[in-house]
Design a protein around this ligand. Structure first.
Ligand code: UD1
Length: 421
């Protein structure tokens, strides 16, 4: 992508459905035995298509268009997942819980995904083992089998989003009461809980640290709406900040953006918040350096760390960012420096010294959110920026070219690598 920077973005964008909510809800369809799950507001993204292909491989029939997806699940499912689909996306591990609960078996090559540190799935496996599954690792694949899971009390060492989702789905189809302690509290977990409730499971406590699930073998067809994507919305707001523009994101639940709103207030540029929109107005303004730490929800999201770091590169004064969710999520720093960012990494902490201007350069996106942050850097920089490695960005941002252009960004695709691996 070639970005001709220095133009303030102005206008409003409609928030897409949340990728990270749609993926687990899609996986939960596997719990149905001869039923249909209908999803509304599904974003048209590469990761969504990868999950759809994975579900098709397992036996589901899927129709998708205009934000609506129907997943028809047959009586019999396959339980072996193909390496080519699973390696490309870490969220494919979300089929593990449903498959083990539904088929009593699953084979899953250890998944891939963004290059942001080591991302094991040991919590997922421990939880399933505690529910009675036998787990073996053979030639790089997880083999799980059981004659029937049992309800259990589960505890997560860290409130992992994916592990909470896998446990929740397995427990929904397992008769008896399961309890997940130290569960993740992300809004995406509550979206999944709503889907499971409408299928007939009893789920209580989602959004809090302890989730109780009374499972049933008789889950039924259901429909569910996907929540708005808080990371996409926040990315556009930060694009508005960085270009000293005026950007509104609509169709959002502002509560999901609370951590960002607090941090922008602290930086001296408080956003405007209404019932279903958030806006920033930064024409001619400057903002202060701040301190922040990424944490599980409701803390500041790690998926927004590269984008806020981009904005802090242009703050007045010094900022300190501590990444506490992932190791080595600072691959973008080297690229930021090429554009004039003054950043010092010390372990999982970075110190960012604000500069007056960034300059265009040729940079490479190493993962999804790093890619988004480099686009923000390019929009704010003087001169032209070329961002390579955009295939990561298409995994998470629907119609990004169209949305950015509608805000007045001068961007162009030199080569469309949307279909490349
Ligand atoms: C999800 C999001 C991802 C986001 C992340 C943290 C989806 C599809 N992806 O990823 O965008 O960055 O939450 O908000 O929803 N961990 C273990 N063992 C495990 C599981 C996790 O050690 O079994 C560690 C991870 O390495 C990481 C931390 O726990 O350091 C959080 O990971 P987790 O919440 O599981 O992230 P994901 O569900 O993979």
């Amino acid at each position: 992508m070639i970005i001709r920077g220095g133009r303030p973005l102005k206008g409003s964008v409609v928030t897409q459905g949340a990728k990270n909510a749609a993926l687990p809800v899609m996986a939960s369809a596997l719990l149905l035995r001869g039923g249909r799950l209908t999803l509304e507001r599904v974003p048209d993204l590469r990761d969504i298509h990868t999950m759809a292909d994975l579900l098709r491989h397992l036996g589901a029939e899927i129709a998708f268009g205009g934000g609506r997806m129907t997943i028809d699940v047959p009586d019999e499912l396959k339980w072996e997942t193909p390496a080519n689909l699973v390696r490309g996306m870490r969220a494919s591990s979300l089929v593990l819980g449903p498959l083990v609960a539904r088929c009593g078996r699953a084979v899953l090559p250890l998944p891939g995904g963004c290059a942001i540190g080591s991302r094991p799935i040991d919590f997922h496996l421990k939880g399933l083992a505690r529910m009675g599954a036998e787990i073996d690792l053979e030639q790089g694949s997880v083999h799980a089998r059981t004659n029937g899971l049992s309800a259990a009390r589960l505890y997560l060492d860290f409130p992992s989003v994916g592990a909470t989702e896998n446990m929740l789905m397995a427990a929904a189809l397992t008769p008896g009461e399961s309890v997940i302690e130290n569960a993740a509290r992300e809004p995406e977990i509550s979206n999944l809980a709503r889907a499971l409730r409408s299928m007939g499971a009893s789920v209580e406590g989602d959004g809090a640290g302890t989730i109780r699930v009374a499972g049933t073998r008789d889950l039924r067809s259901a429909a569910v709406e996907i929540i708005p994507d808080r990371i996409e919305a926040s990315t556009y707001l930060l694009a508005g900040v960085m270009t000293r523009g005026e950007v509104t994101v609509t169709d959002i639940e502002p509560e999901y953006l609370q951590a960002l709103v607090f941090k922008l207030e602290e930086a001296g540029i408080p956003p405007g918040v209404s019932d279903d929109s958030v806006s920033v107005s930064c024409a001619g303004r400057s903002w202060n350096g701040i301190t922040l730490k990424t944490l599980p929800y409701p803390g500041f999201p790690t998926d927004l760390q590269p984008q806020i770091m981009a904005a802090l590169c242009m703050a007045e004064g010094t900022s300190v960012i501590h990444e506490s969710v992932f190791d080595s999520r600072y691959v973008h720093v080297a690229e930021f420096k090429r554009m004039g960012g003054k950043i010092d990494i010390q372990g999982n902490t970075v110190v960012v010294t604000g500069v007056r201007k960034l300059t265009g350069a040729e940079v490479h996106a190493s993962d999804l959110r790093a890619g988004a942050a480099l686009i923000l850097m390019g929009l704010a920089a003087e001169g032209d920026t070329v961002v390579r490695g955009l295939k990561h960005v298409w995994r998470g941002y629907e119609r990004l070219m169209e949305k950015m252009t509608s805000l007045g960004a001068d961007i162009e695709l030199m080569r469309d690598d949307r279909s490349e691996d």
